[in-house]
Design a protein around this ligand. Structure first.
Ligand SMILES: Cc1cc2nc3c(=O)[nH]c(=O)nc-3n(C[C@H](O)[C@H](O)[C@H](O)COP(=O)(O)OP(=O)(O)OC[C@H]3O[C@@H](n4cnc5c(N)ncnc54)[C@H](O)[C@@H]3O)c2cc1C
Length: 508
């Protein structure tokens, strides 16, 4: 859509997958959004090949899942194996409590193209391709943005700037935000192939602790597959990308006459994070804020969790006149889980290297890998998020066990067994209770909640309540944030009016 105005609620710089999904979430909240992208409409930037169930859940909530599902592939399982085929770890890909598979793979251009077309048709989004952000300045209330397209300069203003401009972020550099290097750096060769006949390779997501070079094999659809090979010290990039070398590397799986090569690149896998993800009304999300090696497939998924954390807060400030200070919770809530995810991703890479080495040198695996290294590498991300200490927009009157947990979509199911918590809560805060809680609320508190679009959920006829929510409802009322995380629980010692007042103090 052509730009008609130059004053926006939100400006997003960078239209990779994170910028695209962020723009769609902003639109969902009715935020007037400008997107500035230096590439043309026909170029794509993403390396990511998978979404996890939490990301799929968000895509469903913003109406993208149906459009994308034709391009999503559910692998039979994910595994880590040795050169001789011995399985170190294997997990079947099953539907989780969110009602989505634990992982779905895809061919990135198909996903980017689809979301791009949907954003183009969106009235809340103005998209500028071939426009580079070349400068910006900011004060308490707005950000001024200078863009350049073929020597033509333009100027825009927005209340908030969201940097989705990738690993070499212009915004992060201009703000002089330092990056903390996690001292991990490996070059990998990436090859995407298209099979001439479908189904001639396994449908799996596999890491191979190859004793010559660690390798990944990922099925993206029944015809498209990705191979990733770690480069060895001193290996020349020009030589490794030659066609006969690539055919040789892939020959273990498939003969050259059975496929076409669609894409070849060399990528540096590394770990680093910005010292802060926020300066005034400017936010860093996705790769602009941090990089992690993709062994655990979490870079894009973590960026999607950033979006899930940030945009409902901007919505409260812009559309509900809430206190700007609540936005400070973005950095507070995200920093810890992001650092843990980077640590786990690096640990998984190191584990794969150690297993490859142990196999090569015939060392027993238990001796080669310390149990803590395994735990770190296989640390589940949901737990990492939940271990985040008590910071941000949560009740401070609670044990950390309850707050900051995201209620799964299946905590409420309908008669057909279909998960429906997300549909019931929508984009708002909600209070779950056994009986109508509105009679218990003080009048002025109730009025405030109505203005903030709170949902009151107490009628569960024809619905099933899951074990977690049932247990909480035995204790009292449950307040859920728009990202479905638990804000807090009332109890005999903590009246619902007190709990709500605590929340209002944090956001008003
Ligand atoms: C091999 C590999 C495999 C991966 N697999 C997975 C996976 O399976 N699952 C997963 O979750 N993650 C995965 N990741 C990580 C994932 O690819 C990234 O985290 C994610 O794609 C980052 O997206 P982004 O939109 O933040 O950045 P980018 O995709 O880099 O997009 C940045 C955009 O900003 C634009 N831009 C930059 N500067 C400017 C400017 N000044 N003005 C205007 N526009 C600008 C660029 O043109 C670009 O389009 C993988 C990464 C690699 C390398």
């Amino acid at each position: 859509m052509a730009s008609k105005i130059n004053q926006y609620d939100v400006a997003i710089v960078g239209f990779g997958l994170i910028g695209q999904i962020c723009a769609k979430v902003c639109s969902q909240y009715n935020l007037k959004t400008l997107v500035i992208e230096s590439r043309s409409d026909t170029e794509f930037s993403s390396n990511a090949v998978s979404f996890d169930d939490e990301s799929l859940r968000l895509l469903e909530c913003i109406g993208l899942y149906d459009a994308l599902k034709a391009y999503l592939n559910k692998p039979d399982f994910t595994d880590i194996i040795l050169t001789n085929g011995k399985v170190i770890q294997r997990n079947p890909v099953l539907n989780t409590d969110n009602d989505f598979p634990s992982i779905c793979t895809f061919f990135p251009p198909e996903i980017e193209k689809t979301i791009r077309e949907i954003c183009k048709a969106d009235e809340n989004i103005d998209l500028l391709f071939d426009n580079e952000l070349i400068n910006f300045n900011f004060n308490e209330n707005k950000v001024g943005l200078d863009t350049k397209s073929n020597n033509k300069l333009k100027y825009f203003e927005a209340h908030y700037l969201i940097a989705c401009d990738g690993a070499n972020s212009f915004v992060r550099n201009k703000l002089d935000i330092e990056s903390v290097d996690q001292r991990y750096s490996k070059n990998w060769l990436l090859i995407d192939i298209l099979l001439k006949h479908k189904d001639s390779l396994e449908n799996v997501f596999r890491q191979i602790c190859d004793d010559k070079r660690p390798t990944s094999y990922i099925s993206l659809s029944n015809r498209r597959h990705r191979f990733e090979f770690q480069l060895l010290a001193g290996e020349q990039h020009q030589k490794i990308i030659q066609k006969n070398n690539i055919q040789n590397l892939i020959s273990k799986w498939i003969e050259p006459n059975q496929y076409e090569i669609e894409n070849i690149s060399i990528q540096n896998f590394r770990g680093s994070f910005a010292k802060t993800f926020q300066k005034n009304n400017i936010f860093l999300i996705g790769d602009s804020a941090y990089q992690m090696p993709p062994y655990a497939s979490q870079g894009l998924n973590t960026g999607i969790r950033d979006i899930l954390n940030l945009i409902w807060k901007i919505n409260l400030v812009v559309n509900f006149n809430c206190n700007k200070k609540l936005l400070l919770s973005y950095d507070l809530e995200r920093a810890q889980p992001i650092k843990q995810t980077i640590k786990s991703s690096i640990a998984l890479g190191q584990l794969i290297d150690s297993l490859s080495m142990a196999f090569q040198k015939n060392i027993p695996l238990e001796e080669a890998i310390a149990p803590e290294a395994r735990d770190q590498a296989f640390g589940r991300n949901k737990n990492i998020e939940e271990r985040n200490p008590k910071k941000g927009i949560f009740s401070h009157s609670h044990s950390e066990m309850t707050i900051n947990r995201r209620l799964s979509n299946r905590e409420i199911t309908d008669k057909q067994g279909i998960a429906c918590l997300d549909k019931m809560v929508g984009n708002c805060f909600a209070i779950f209770s056994k009986k109508d809680v509105r009679n218990k609320l003080n009048e002025n508190i109730y009025e405030k909640l109505i203005k903030l679009n709170f949902k009151f959920i107490f009628d569960y006829s024809n619905l099933n309540i899951g074990p977690e929510l049932s247990e909480y409802l035995e204790t009292g009322e449950v307040i859920i944030r728009p990202d479905k995380k638990i804000y807090g629980l009332s109890s005999t010692g903590l009246d619902i009016n007190k709990l709500v007042s605590e929340l209002l103090m944090q956001i008003e």
